[in-house]
Design a protein around this ligand. Structure first.
Ligand SMILES: O=C1O[C@H](COP(=O)(O)O)[C@@H](O)[C@H](O)[C@H]1O
Length: 230
Protein backbone atom coordinates (compact mmCIF):
# COMPACT_ATOMS: atom_id res chain seq x y z
CA UNK A 1 0.00 0.00 0.00
CA UNK A 2 1.55 3.35 -0.93
CA UNK A 3 1.39 5.99 1.85
CA UNK A 4 -1.03 7.99 -0.25
CA UNK A 5 -3.56 5.15 -0.21
CA UNK A 6 -3.33 4.39 3.50
CA UNK A 7 -6.52 4.50 5.53
CA UNK A 8 -6.67 7.32 8.07
CA UNK A 9 -5.88 6.25 11.63
CA UNK A 10 -7.55 8.31 14.38
CA UNK A 11 -6.11 7.54 17.83
CA UNK A 12 -8.29 8.46 20.80
CA UNK A 13 -7.18 8.84 24.41
CA UNK A 14 -9.71 6.32 25.70
CA UNK A 15 -12.69 4.24 24.64
CA UNK A 16 -15.44 6.59 25.88
CA UNK A 17 -14.01 9.54 23.92
CA UNK A 18 -13.63 7.31 20.85
CA UNK A 19 -17.28 6.23 21.17
CA UNK A 20 -18.42 9.86 21.51
CA UNK A 21 -16.42 11.06 18.50
CA UNK A 22 -17.63 8.22 16.30
CA UNK A 23 -21.24 8.61 17.39
CA UNK A 24 -21.07 12.30 16.51
CA UNK A 25 -19.59 11.54 13.12
CA UNK A 26 -22.20 8.89 12.34
CA UNK A 27 -25.08 11.04 13.57
CA UNK A 28 -23.92 13.89 11.32
CA UNK A 29 -23.82 11.54 8.34
CA UNK A 30 -27.31 10.25 9.07
CA UNK A 31 -28.69 13.75 9.60
CA UNK A 32 -27.25 14.87 6.26
CA UNK A 33 -28.79 11.82 4.57
CA UNK A 34 -32.20 12.49 6.15
CA UNK A 35 -32.15 16.10 5.05
CA UNK A 36 -31.77 14.88 1.46
CA UNK A 37 -33.97 11.76 1.50
CA UNK A 38 -36.81 10.16 3.42
CA UNK A 39 -34.64 7.31 4.81
CA UNK A 40 -31.01 6.74 5.77
CA UNK A 41 -29.15 3.42 5.71
CA UNK A 42 -26.55 2.24 8.19
CA UNK A 43 -24.58 -0.99 8.70
CA UNK A 44 -23.07 -1.52 12.14
CA UNK A 45 -20.56 -4.03 13.48
CA UNK A 46 -21.58 -6.41 16.23
CA UNK A 47 -19.46 -7.70 19.11
CA UNK A 48 -18.27 -5.84 22.21
CA UNK A 49 -16.48 -2.83 20.77
CA UNK A 50 -19.47 -0.81 19.53
CA UNK A 51 -21.52 -1.06 22.74
CA UNK A 52 -20.64 2.35 24.23
CA UNK A 53 -21.00 3.87 20.78
CA UNK A 54 -24.56 2.50 20.51
CA UNK A 55 -25.46 4.23 23.78
CA UNK A 56 -24.02 7.50 22.50
CA UNK A 57 -25.82 7.13 19.18
CA UNK A 58 -29.15 6.52 20.90
CA UNK A 59 -28.80 9.91 22.62
CA UNK A 60 -28.14 11.73 19.33
CA UNK A 61 -31.01 14.02 18.34
CA UNK A 62 -32.13 12.23 15.19
CA UNK A 63 -35.38 10.79 13.83
CA UNK A 64 -34.44 7.12 14.26
CA UNK A 65 -37.78 5.99 12.81
CA UNK A 66 -36.38 7.05 9.42
CA UNK A 67 -33.14 5.10 9.76
CA UNK A 68 -32.70 1.54 8.42
CA UNK A 69 -30.00 -0.40 10.26
CA UNK A 70 -28.55 -3.83 9.73
CA UNK A 71 -25.70 -5.60 11.48
CA UNK A 72 -22.69 -6.13 9.20
CA UNK A 73 -22.87 -9.81 10.15
CA UNK A 74 -24.75 -12.15 12.42
CA UNK A 75 -24.38 -15.45 14.20
CA UNK A 76 -26.91 -18.12 13.21
CA UNK A 77 -28.65 -18.02 16.59
CA UNK A 78 -32.13 -16.84 17.58
CA UNK A 79 -32.36 -13.06 17.75
CA UNK A 80 -32.97 -13.27 21.52
CA UNK A 81 -29.67 -15.14 22.09
CA UNK A 82 -26.93 -13.24 23.96
CA UNK A 83 -24.58 -13.78 20.97
CA UNK A 84 -26.92 -12.10 18.47
CA UNK A 85 -25.58 -8.88 16.96
CA UNK A 86 -29.08 -7.77 16.00
CA UNK A 87 -30.21 -8.08 19.61
CA UNK A 88 -27.62 -5.47 20.65
CA UNK A 89 -28.89 -3.08 18.00
CA UNK A 90 -32.52 -3.70 19.00
CA UNK A 91 -31.82 -2.98 22.62
CA UNK A 92 -29.86 0.20 21.90
CA UNK A 93 -31.86 1.67 19.02
CA UNK A 94 -35.40 0.29 19.29
CA UNK A 95 -36.94 3.09 17.23
CA UNK A 96 -34.85 2.42 14.14
CA UNK A 97 -36.06 0.02 11.45
CA UNK A 98 -33.80 -2.98 11.92
CA UNK A 99 -33.16 -5.52 9.19
CA UNK A 100 -32.88 -9.05 10.57
CA UNK A 101 -30.41 -11.18 8.58
CA UNK A 102 -32.54 -14.26 9.45
CA UNK A 103 -34.66 -13.91 6.31
CA UNK A 104 -35.21 -17.65 5.75
CA UNK A 105 -35.18 -20.85 7.85
CA UNK A 106 -31.79 -21.98 6.48
CA UNK A 107 -28.59 -19.92 6.60
CA UNK A 108 -27.73 -20.08 2.88
CA UNK A 109 -31.20 -18.93 1.81
CA UNK A 110 -31.23 -16.32 4.58
CA UNK A 111 -27.89 -14.92 3.43
CA UNK A 112 -29.11 -14.67 -0.12
CA UNK A 113 -32.35 -12.88 0.81
CA UNK A 114 -30.66 -10.57 3.34
CA UNK A 115 -27.88 -9.72 0.86
CA UNK A 116 -30.43 -8.89 -1.84
CA UNK A 117 -32.17 -6.47 0.55
CA UNK A 118 -28.91 -4.85 1.58
CA UNK A 119 -27.94 -4.43 -2.07
CA UNK A 120 -31.09 -2.33 -2.51
CA UNK A 121 -29.94 0.11 0.16
CA UNK A 122 -28.60 2.77 -2.13
CA UNK A 123 -26.98 4.94 -1.12
CA UNK A 124 -25.60 3.06 1.85
CA UNK A 125 -24.87 6.10 3.99
CA UNK A 126 -22.45 4.64 6.50
CA UNK A 127 -20.75 1.34 7.32
CA UNK A 128 -18.96 0.87 10.62
CA UNK A 129 -16.99 -2.37 10.95
CA UNK A 130 -15.11 -4.03 13.77
CA UNK A 131 -12.09 -6.33 13.70
CA UNK A 132 -11.20 -9.47 15.65
CA UNK A 133 -7.73 -10.28 16.98
CA UNK A 134 -7.49 -12.97 14.29
CA UNK A 135 -7.83 -10.35 11.55
CA UNK A 136 -11.47 -10.97 10.65
CA UNK A 137 -13.96 -8.21 10.02
CA UNK A 138 -17.75 -8.65 9.78
CA UNK A 139 -17.90 -12.50 9.69
CA UNK A 140 -15.17 -12.95 7.10
CA UNK A 141 -12.66 -15.15 8.92
CA UNK A 142 -9.13 -16.23 7.95
CA UNK A 143 -9.19 -19.54 6.09
CA UNK A 144 -12.95 -19.98 5.97
CA UNK A 145 -14.46 -21.69 2.90
CA UNK A 146 -15.45 -19.18 0.21
CA UNK A 147 -13.25 -16.40 1.64
CA UNK A 148 -11.64 -15.41 -1.67
CA UNK A 149 -15.05 -14.86 -3.29
CA UNK A 150 -16.31 -13.00 -0.21
CA UNK A 151 -13.32 -10.62 -0.42
CA UNK A 152 -13.53 -10.09 -4.18
CA UNK A 153 -14.28 -6.39 -4.66
CA UNK A 154 -15.69 -7.15 -8.11
CA UNK A 155 -18.25 -9.69 -6.78
CA UNK A 156 -21.93 -8.80 -6.82
CA UNK A 157 -22.75 -6.95 -3.57
CA UNK A 158 -24.51 -9.37 -1.25
CA UNK A 159 -24.14 -11.68 1.74
CA UNK A 160 -22.91 -15.20 2.40
CA UNK A 161 -22.51 -17.83 5.10
CA UNK A 162 -19.40 -17.32 7.20
CA UNK A 163 -17.55 -19.64 9.55
CA UNK A 164 -15.30 -18.85 12.51
CA UNK A 165 -12.61 -21.49 13.11
CA UNK A 166 -13.36 -21.75 16.84
CA UNK A 167 -17.16 -21.77 16.68
CA UNK A 168 -19.54 -24.60 15.86
CA UNK A 169 -22.31 -22.36 14.53
CA UNK A 170 -22.63 -20.68 11.17
CA UNK A 171 -22.72 -16.97 10.62
CA UNK A 172 -24.05 -14.64 7.97
CA UNK A 173 -21.95 -11.79 6.62
CA UNK A 174 -22.12 -9.01 4.09
CA UNK A 175 -19.39 -9.44 1.46
CA UNK A 176 -16.59 -6.93 0.93
CA UNK A 177 -18.10 -5.62 -2.27
CA UNK A 178 -21.28 -4.63 -0.41
CA UNK A 179 -19.39 -3.12 2.54
CA UNK A 180 -17.30 -0.98 0.20
CA UNK A 181 -20.51 0.69 -0.98
CA UNK A 182 -20.62 2.63 2.28
CA UNK A 183 -20.39 6.34 1.49
CA UNK A 184 -18.73 6.69 4.87
CA UNK A 185 -16.58 3.74 5.87
CA UNK A 186 -15.22 3.25 9.39
CA UNK A 187 -13.39 0.62 11.41
CA UNK A 188 -13.54 0.60 15.22
CA UNK A 189 -10.60 -1.09 16.94
CA UNK A 190 -9.74 -1.26 20.63
CA UNK A 191 -6.65 -2.49 22.47
CA UNK A 192 -2.94 -3.05 21.99
CA UNK A 193 -3.14 -6.48 20.32
CA UNK A 194 -5.49 -5.26 17.60
CA UNK A 195 -3.34 -2.14 17.12
CA UNK A 196 -0.26 -4.31 16.47
CA UNK A 197 -2.16 -6.44 13.97
CA UNK A 198 -3.52 -3.36 12.26
CA UNK A 199 -0.06 -1.81 11.96
CA UNK A 200 1.26 -5.00 10.37
CA UNK A 201 -1.66 -5.04 7.98
CA UNK A 202 -1.16 -1.34 7.14
CA UNK A 203 2.51 -2.04 6.47
CA UNK A 204 1.54 -5.09 4.38
CA UNK A 205 3.89 -6.98 6.70
CA UNK A 206 4.20 -10.67 7.53
CA UNK A 207 1.12 -12.84 7.71
CA UNK A 208 -1.16 -9.81 8.14
CA UNK A 209 -1.12 -9.27 4.38
CA UNK A 210 -3.05 -12.50 3.89
CA UNK A 211 -5.70 -11.78 6.53
CA UNK A 212 -9.20 -10.57 5.64
CA UNK A 213 -8.43 -7.19 7.27
CA UNK A 214 -5.55 -6.75 4.80
CA UNK A 215 -8.02 -7.01 1.92
CA UNK A 216 -10.30 -4.41 3.52
CA UNK A 217 -7.43 -1.96 4.07
CA UNK A 218 -6.14 -2.38 0.52
CA UNK A 219 -9.53 -2.11 -1.15
CA UNK A 220 -10.89 0.77 0.94
CA UNK A 221 -7.64 2.77 1.11
CA UNK A 222 -8.10 6.43 2.08
CA UNK A 223 -11.85 6.03 2.18
CA UNK A 224 -11.54 4.03 5.40
CA UNK A 225 -11.36 5.87 8.74
CA UNK A 226 -9.87 3.74 11.48
CA UNK A 227 -10.79 4.77 15.02
CA UNK A 228 -8.60 3.24 17.71
CA UNK A 229 -8.40 3.57 21.48
CA UNK A 230 -6.26 1.66 24.04
O1 LIG B 1 -17.50 -11.72 15.72
C1 LIG B 1 -17.47 -10.52 15.61
O2 LIG B 1 -16.31 -9.88 15.92
C2 LIG B 1 -16.00 -8.59 15.43
C3 LIG B 1 -15.12 -7.96 16.50
O3 LIG B 1 -15.83 -8.00 17.73
P1 LIG B 1 -15.26 -7.39 19.08
O4 LIG B 1 -16.14 -7.97 20.16
O5 LIG B 1 -13.83 -7.85 19.21
O6 LIG B 1 -15.38 -5.91 18.96
C4 LIG B 1 -17.25 -7.78 15.11
O7 LIG B 1 -16.90 -6.61 14.43
C5 LIG B 1 -18.24 -8.60 14.33
O8 LIG B 1 -19.36 -7.84 13.96
C6 LIG B 1 -18.66 -9.74 15.21
O9 LIG B 1 -19.68 -10.52 14.68
Amino acid sequence: MSPIDLPRLHCHADRPSCARALAQELAERLRAALSARSRAHLLLAGGQSPQALLGELARAPLDWTRVDISPSDERWVPVEAPQSNLRLLREALPQARLLDPRQAPQPAAAAQAWGAQLAEWQPLDAVLLGMGEDGHFASLFPGMPGLAAALDPAAAPGALCGLAADEPRQRLSANLSLLLRGEWLGLLVFGAAKRRLLEDALADAGDARELPIGALLRQAGRRLQIHWAP
